[in-house]
Design a protein around this ligand. Structure first.
Ligand code: NAD
Ligand code: UDX
Length: 531
């Protein structure tokens, strides 16, 4: 196979943009084009206000894109068709959200964008092309692609399909791409399939050590991505299930995670008990795996993975129930301050955030909910509550937004911490991610993340539209500028009703310190009524 000259990434989202940029940076002789149907998104990628905020991403993009320090080899364009024609390798990085209607609604992935990209490649390619599944897809998607390519592709052309799933996490995308734990490449075990896998491995080989590049059969690779996310989510649901036992017995889930995590077979990461995992991937991918098991007539397997999501839902509602019972069984008319609405710290991304469920429950209890989040806008909170079934009249009646934590907490009966923003924590240590030696008691989810979207020309769901709104360069800049001061809890105590409660859904509060100020503190994974 002749050397790779031109590569195309379809989908300039969270995965396609950073992946294309790092590949271009590390392969200066290869022309890398990242294409999308959205003109505004592409315009943002061509500016200094990137459409997503990721630490360290702008310098990477600029170096490959701007031809200041070296020849330009990174291009962002809406010319999807023209770029496909030139490409030796096409990565499909389009969104695969959970279906919202039809068979499998709420569980199966919506493969419409992915199929549309495949059809476009088939229609436009004018030479032999390697097509790479980078989106997270169900196992055996490559078989469907093969049929489409065969039916539509120009006669005589050879299409090799590879699976090369992406494992980056929001907020650490650049670090994850620069130093991946592994690169996974799945191919058909034919001479041409294995040769295509070698070609892709060579591109990664320019910065990833050979021993970290794993080649498997294509079905294993497709399934490995779903497996990885399911196993990560399962750890969180496991520690959250244990957190309930801790609250009922006097054990402390931080100490449990620490003690268990010291066993090298278990390891310490992804064991931070919380009000529940959120984000665009875990729920979607676990449900995808569960649905796949269902369609393969493996109901026990489907139920097992479904339970990971069920525990997550239960953890969220369990937390609200604890708030209600602690506040003497009624929230009616009480002001409740909610600290944090994003699904993890350092991001304005609110998709699947635990805060959505908790706030919905508080509204149902007729509490006066006041939300403060350093990055999430009122419009986004309103839209998220709307998408998730809150009546907008109730939102207007019961929810307000505060510009700072003090206005938020003023005259409230309780502060509820739902996102682990550093400014809320009164603990002394702010942990870093991925040292490999984290103390699980101090472990916090990874820093800083961003937003996604899907405003392609296909039919858009409300969730898609909402995601589009999150692609806001202004918000991204706000992230970079944000240097919020720590909350002064003494001052907060002064302005709250008595008794003043804090409910910590993220374990960022040193309860002892707050109790000495006079607060009553309730923390995930720790009961208060034990000696
Ligand atoms: P995203 O919504 O941020 O971006 C997808 C982009 O694809 C959008 O900009 C959309 O306009 C574009 N698109 C859709 N159809 C298109 C078409 N036919 N032609 C051109 N552009 C098209 O999604 P994302 O977060 O980048 O995720 C992409 C895939 O990667 C998903 O399958 C996701 O599960 C997976 N993934 C995501 C992450 C993450 O952290 N976001 C991590 C690993 C894997
Ligand atoms: C995840 C995977 O980590 C990544 O490999 C994959 O490619 C995409 O999905 P992401 O969703 O961006 O990444 O963030 P992650 O740090 O995994 O956190 C997901 C959710 O779990 C967040 O709500 C976070 O707060 C929560 N979490 C994480 C916990 O509750 N406890 C933990 O120990 C870790």
């Amino acid at each position: 196979m002749s050397p790779v000259k031109s590569v195309c990434f379809i989908g300039a989202g969270f995965v396609g943009g950073p992946s294309g940029a790092v590949l271009a940076l590390k392969n200066p002789d290869v022309e890398v084009s990242v294409v999308d149907l959205s003109e505004t998104r592409i315009a943002a990628w061509n500016s200094d206000a990137l459409p997503i905020y990721e630490p360290g991403l702008l310098p990477v993009v600029k170096e490959a894109r701007d031809a200041e320090v070296r020849p330009q080899n990174l291009f962002f364009t809406t010319d999807v068709r023209g770029t496909i024609k030139r490409a030796d390798i096409v990565f499909i990085c389009v969104n695969t959200p959970t279906k919202t209607a039809g068979i499998g609604a709420g569980k199966a992935p919506n493969m419409a964008y992915f199929e549309s990209a495949t059809r476009m490649i088939a229609a436009e390619a004018e030479k032999d092309t390697i097509i790479v599944e980078k989106s997270t897809v169900p196992c055996r998607t490559a078989a469907n692609m093969r049929e489409i390519l065969k039916a539509i592709g120009k006669p005589g052309l050879n299409f090799e399909i590879l699976s090369n799933p992406e494992f980056l996490a929001e907020g650490t995308a650049v670090a994850d791409l620069m130093r991946p734990d592994r690169i996974l490449i799945g191919s058909m075990q034919t001479p041409s399939g294995l040769e295509a896998a070698e070609v892709l491995a060579d591109l990664y080989g320019s910065w990833v050590p050979k021993e970290n590049i794993l080649k498997t059969n294509i079905w294993s690779s497709e399934l490995a991505k779903l497996a990885a996310n399911a196993l990560l989510a399962q750890r969180i649901s496991s520690i959250n299930a244990l957190s309930a036992i801790c609250e009922a017995t006097g054990a402390d889930v931080g100490e449990i995670a620490y003690a268990a995590g010291l066993d090298t077979r278990i390891g310490s990461r992804m064991l931070q008990a919380s009000v529940g995992f959120g984000g665009s991937c875990f729920r979607k991918d676990v449900l995808n795996l569960s649905y796949m098991a269902e369609t393969l007539h493996l109901p026990e397997v489907a139920a097992y993975w479904q339970s990971v999501v069920a525990i997550n839902e239960w953890q969220k509602s369990r937390f609200t129930k604890r708030i209600i019972s602690t506040l003497y069984g009624t929230l009616t008319g009480k002001k409740i301050a909610v600290y944090g609405f994003s699904y993890k710290k350092n991001t304005a991304d609110t998709r699947e955030s635990a805060a959505i469920s908790v706030v919905k429950d508080l509204i149902a209890e007729q509490a006066k909910v006041c939300i403060y989040d350093p990055q999430v806008t009122k419009a986004q909170i309103w839209e998220e509550l709307d998408i998730n079934g809150c009546h907008i009249d109730d939102v207007e009646k019961y929810v307000s937004i505060a510009k700072n934590p003090y206005d938020c907490a003023s005259e409230s009966h309780a502060v509820i911490v739902l996102t682990e923003w550093d400014e809320f924590s009164n603990k002394d240590v702010v942990p870093a991610k991925k040292t490999g030696n984290e103390n699980p008691q101090q472990l916090l989810p990874s820093p800083v993340a961003s937003e996604h979207s899907s405003d392609n020309e296909m039919e858009m769901t409300p969730a898609d539209r909402s995601a589009r709104e999150r692609y806001n360069p202004k918000t991204a800049l706000k992230h970079a500028e944000a240097q919020n001061a720590k909350v002064d809890w003494e001052q907060i105590f002064d302005i709250m009703e008595r008794p003043a409660f804090v409910f910590d859904g993220r374990r960022v509060i040193d309860a002892g310190k707050l109790q000495r100020l006079g607060f009553r503190v309730e923390c995930i994974g720790r009961g208060n009524s034990f000696q």
